[in-house]
Design a protein around this ligand. Structure first.
Ligand code: NI
Length: 240
């Protein structure tokens, strides 16, 4: 967009969606940009429905546990919290309202909450694209426990629909080691250990997720369900 187009949008009381993702390995058939691609695709499809603008995706975020896998780029939590805080403050200062942060990476949640809490005067809402029941119904039906924690078939399916499909190597056609309930509870929000230990424990990068269950058709349906839910949630927040 040009700046006059943005100014016209603001004159109509326009809001914005800010996608947040990551740049980290997503297993042997998931693209490194998966979290950023998913958040961006859902944000753009939701924006078409609800009339928001989409801000540039914040794709460099904390993923320290994955840096032993080539291609992963991680910034520290304080750096990401500060960057997100300045971007949100800048959007609020220009009059964007509401500001809807659409997240695609678990480790972003704590620093984003801290950045938002530091801006009490701004109208900011934080959601992840998987927060909505219509999305989760599809994830449960198609993948059950094989959704897992990382390189999930749902996120891989979305990138198959939006970017490209990678044929899984033979070893990735079979399910990964299943996770225990204790493991999932202890590691929620991507609280994983040091990078070498993480790669040793999950050598192909999948964390309990059977990525090979993904199909592009499922990706299109997940994207559509998430975009509808986000647009509805955005509209409710905008009119509150
Ligand atoms: Ni991901």
């Amino acid at each position: 967009m040009t700046w006059p187009e943005v100014e016209a949008h603001l004159a109509q009381g326009g809001g914005v969606i800010l996608p947040t993702g990551s740049t980290e390995q997503h297993g042997p058939m998931g693209l490194i940009g998966t979290d950023a691609f998913c958040a961006t695709a859902v944000a753009e499809a939701a924006a078409d429905r609800c009339g928001a603008l989409v801000a540039p995706t914040l794709a460099l975020t904390p993923a320290p546990f994955n840096t032993a896998f080539p291609g992963t780029l991680s910034v520290s939590e304080p750096v990401f919290r500060a960057l997100a805080g300045e971007v949100l403050a800048g959007l609020a200062a220009q009059g964007f309202g509401p500001i809807y942060v659409l997240n695609g990476h678990g480790a972003n949640l704590a620093p984003l909450r801290a950045a938002i809490d530091a801006l009490p005067g701004a109208r900011i809402r934080l959601k992840s694209w998987w927060d909505f029941e219509p999305v989760n119904a599809l994830r449960r039906d198609w993948y059950g426990d094989w959704e897992g924690m990382h390189a999930t078939p749902s996120e891989v399916a979305i990138t198959m629909a939006t970017h490209r499909q990678v044929d899984p190597p033979e070893a990735a056609r079979i399910p990964p080691r299943p996770l225990s309930g204790d493991y999932i509870r202890a590691h929620s929000g991507d609280r994983h250990g040091p990078p070498e230990a993480h790669r040793r424990d999950f050598p192909d990068g999948r964390v309990g997720s059977h990525s090979a269950l993904a199909t592009p058709e499922q990706g299109r349906a997940l994207l559509d369900a998430a975009a509808r839910a986000v647009a509805e949630d955005y509209a409710g927040f905008a009119s509150a």
